[in-house]
Structure formats: C-alpha cells, structure tokens
Design a protein around this ligand. Structure first.
Ligand code: PLP
Length: 377
C-alpha cells in the first residue's frame, strides 16, 4: 500500500476564507484598502497594540518600505543576523546601505546582543533583529544598544505574530516591524505581509510610500482636496481578495495558535528522550518568552547526520527541510566582505538544523507517523 506523503507544509483553512472572498468579489471593490483591508488592519492594531498597521503585498515589501522610511542610503551600515532570510537584508541593500552581519546565540538562534556593540561604527544607522522561530530576541539589550548609539530598530517578525517577550508583543519594540502572510507562515493569504508602525512620526510617510509616492490616503480621508506625487514610493497594497482571505485567518487566531501549540508540544515531549540519546538538541525557549509556535527544529551533531536524516525521512514519504545558508558566505555576502569564521555559530548551526513537518492542520495520525519514523532511526 503506498503511503500518503507528509508534506513539510500544507496551508490551513480556518473556515470563513471562501465566504469572505465571495463577499469581497460581490462588493465590486477589488483593489486595496477597502473594508476587508480595514478590518484586517484594525484587528492587528488592537490585538497587538500597534499605532498603525498597513497591509502589504509581502513581508519583503514591508521590509523594503522600512528602509525607505528610515532613509537608509549608500554609506550607511545596518546590523543584521547572518542567519536569516534574504529579504531582511535586501531591504536596505536596495537603498545602497551595507549589511554588517552579526552572529547568533547558540540557544535561541537569535541575534547575539552581547557582541552587538563591537559591530557599531559611526556609520551604523539601524539594527534589524529577527525573532527566529517566533521566539523573542533579547530586546532589552538590543534596545539599550540602539538607544546608546542612536540607531533605529526594525523587527523582522515574519515568524513571531502574536508571540510576546517579557509580556510585550513582538512587533511592538522597534520603530517598525514586518509580518509575513506567506503560505508557510502561521497566518496566510498566499502571499502577503504587514508593516507595523510604532513610531507615530512615520505613519504619514509610510502611507505615501505604500501608495506610489502619492498622498492618496489623505485625499480619501478628505484631508487634502487633490492627490499628487509627493515622495518616492511604489505599490505595496494587497487586493481586497487577499485581505478578505487573511481576515478569516486572523479571526481564527486563537484556534490556529492553539492547534500549533499542541503540535509543537507533542514533538517536544515525545522526541525528548530520543534526542538526548542521539546527541540531538531541541529548541530552547527562555523563561519569560511566549513563543509563536511557528516551527519545530532539531539540531543534529553534524552535517553528515543531518543529510542522512533528511534522506531517511524522505524515503518514508516525510518531507523535512533545512534553511538559512549563512548570508555572509553567500555570493552577495562575500561581495560585502564576508569571510569564513566571521559568524561561527551561524556557520555551525546552518549545517546541523532540520525543520520537521509542521502545519496547522496536521493530524495526530500524521504527526504520529513522523515521530514514529524519527524514533526508529
Ligand atoms: C518568510 C520570511 C520573510 C519573507 O516573507 P515574504 O512574505 O515571503 O516576503 C522575511 N523574513 C523572514 C525571517 C521570513 O521567514
């Protein structure tokens, strides 16, 4: 009997997506910033306690907007972890700014704030921490270094929606934060994102940059009597269909996060003994951190063990993946002067990390098969 494949990810439908999509289509208003966009942004603003949330076409675009809003430019330096997705870095590289790659902590795999100050120069303008796996970074240390050196903080919170650090929601620490609603994230509309704006001084210009450099948002609010080109910008609004789909997911946030928590905790409990016997490390969640249950990863002793594991699981129809090649050693990173040994923890972790299949709709039977296969190695 052929076994059903267990994919790495499978999108989850919370229930109201198709009904809201139908309503969006029937409304005759398909472009952005209609009622579904307003409802989804308002939900995020109140659930997170953020001044202003602007939905965007992706997290990448929200990050791109952040670099424009902070006026990052050629000659500026930005500190970013070497262990992240390319979008965190492209955002300011597109403006001509230079990445300065920081290493990560061996426990949470987040930016190592202890070595942050050694990377600051008189050209440093911003820090882009990433809340890896939706586990909050050491925000006191990052914010105090930022304050001492007059740096802006932009959180890449693609993994961390609705998680908190010492009681404060992720995405509310920096002047700006970026969310992703890509299919692989906890909440999705296929492709989508949001810019969270905590510094009220940045709101008006963010609306302009998102609307092709025009003051169209103010025009629609009746604050100006015609709209015109006032700044640089691009088109970062998702359509109402995407916002409708997203709203259905966000409204089901308690159910989605509850399911993900059950899956995460089952992996962690049932694999604990096996991991200990095999020199495999499980995720570390520090005290005071409410994580987002975005992923479940394992750290193998070395590259050979990791490669063998992924192959072994694949032969049993179970798709596991690894991610983040060290950015400082990528062709682009080398071009910015990256060298082997610059970020030893990143270089080491990158060879050893595996993500297990993890999706909101994963059945107990599917997860049982994954766990059973792991334990039989
Ligand atoms: C997924 C992801 C992004 C990019 O999100 P998109 O919505 O696909 O643009 C950026 N940063 C991190 C850390 C991510 O995981």
């Amino acid at each position: 009997m052929p076994m059903d494949l267990i994919p790495f990810n499978r999108p989850f439908l919370a229930g109201n997506e198709q009904e809201y999509l139908r309503q969006a289509v029937d409304s005759g208003r398909l472009s952005g910033d209609g009622s579904f966009t307003q409802r989804a942004s308002a939900l995020l603003e109140s659930a997170l306690g953020v001044k202003k949330v602007l939905l965007t076409t992706s997290c990448t675009h929200a990050l791109d907007m952040s670099a424009m809003l902070l006026d990052l430019q050629p000659g500026d330096e930005v500190i970013v972890p070497a262990f992240t997705f390319v979008s965190t870095v492209n955002a300011f590289v597109l403006r001509g700014a230079r990445p300065v790659f920081a290493d990560i902590r061996p426990d949470t795999l987040n930016l190592d704030a202890e070595h942050l100050e050694s990377l600051v120069t008189e050209r440093t303008k911003a820090i882009y921490p990433v809340h890896y796996a939706g586990v909050g970074c050491s925000m006191e240390a990052i914010l105090s270094a930022a304050k001492r050196h007059h740096l802006q903080v932009v959180e890449d919170n693609a993994h961390g929606l609705f998680a908190s650090y010492h009681g404060q929601m992720l995405g509310t620490f920096g002047a700006l934060a970026a969310q992703s609603f890509h299919e692989t994230k906890n909440f999705t509309c296929g492709e989508g994102g949001a810019l969270l704006i905590n510094d009220p001084a940045l709101v008006e210009r963010a609306e302009i940059i998102r609307e092709k450099g025009t003051n169209r948002s103010r025009f629609f609010r009746g604050q100006v009597d015609k709209y015109t080109w006032v700044d640089m910008g691009s088109s970062y609004l998702p359509s109402e269909m995407l916002a409708a789909f997203l709203l259905a997911q966000l409204e089901a946030r308690n159910e989605i996060q509850r399911r993900r928590r059950v899956i995460w905790e089952r992996y962690d409990t049932e694999l604990a003994q096996w991991a200990e016997n095999n020199g495999v490390r499980r995720p570390v969640i520090p005290a005071g951190v409410e994580q987002a249950y975005h992923m479940y990863y394992l750290l193998f002793p070395g590259l050979a063990e990791r490669t063998a594991f992924i192959q072994y699981m694949k032969e049993r129809g179970i798709m596991c993946v690894f991610h983040y090649l060290p950015l400082h050693l990528s062709p682009m990173g080398l071009g910015f002067g990256g060298k082997e040994g610059d970020c030893p923890v990143t270089e080491d972790i990158s060879d050893r990390l595996v993500r297990l299949p993890f999706y909101t709709g994963m059945s107990a039977e599917e997860q049982g098969r994954v766990i059973g296969a792991v334990k039989k190695i």
